[in-house]
Ligand binder design. Structure first.
Ligand code: CA
Ligand code: CA
Length: 109
């Protein structure tokens, strides 16, 4: 939630928020300043967002505005499966190898 005050009286003291430019992942409630997620977030794709909030008063003749930065960091959650690399795997084994011989080894990285 972002917050702004404007000491002017009437519409010149009434503030509306917007993102500048608009974000495709977040919206801001113009009157309350509440920032909401509108699209699924993915830490593996984007781990942080830099947004610019514009606060504009509602004076009809000479609206005044100011900008502020909003930094949003995404926290990683455990949502990825392990990935095999260097696929496909194959090996040759002679038919008369002793039992318990190592046939193949996979390395976890
Ligand atoms: Ca004002
Ligand atoms: Ca993750």
């Amino acid at each position: 939630m972002v917050n702004a005050t404007d000491p002017d009286q009437g519409t010149g003291g009434s503030v509306l928020f917007s993102f500048q430019p608009p974000s495709s992942f977040f919206t801001i409630d113009g009157a309350r300043g509440t920032v909401t997620v509108t699209k699924p977030l993915d830490y593996e794709t984007t781990s942080a967002y830099q947004l610019t909030v514009n606060a504009t008063d509602q004076d009809k003749l000479r609206p005044l505005s100011r900008l502020a930065n909003l930094a949003i960091s995404i926290t990683d959650v455990q949502d990825m499966d392990p990935i095999f690399t260097n696929l496909p795997y194959s090996t040759n084994i002679e038919e008369d190898v002793p039992l318990v011989s190592v046939a193949f080894h996979l390395y976890p990285t």
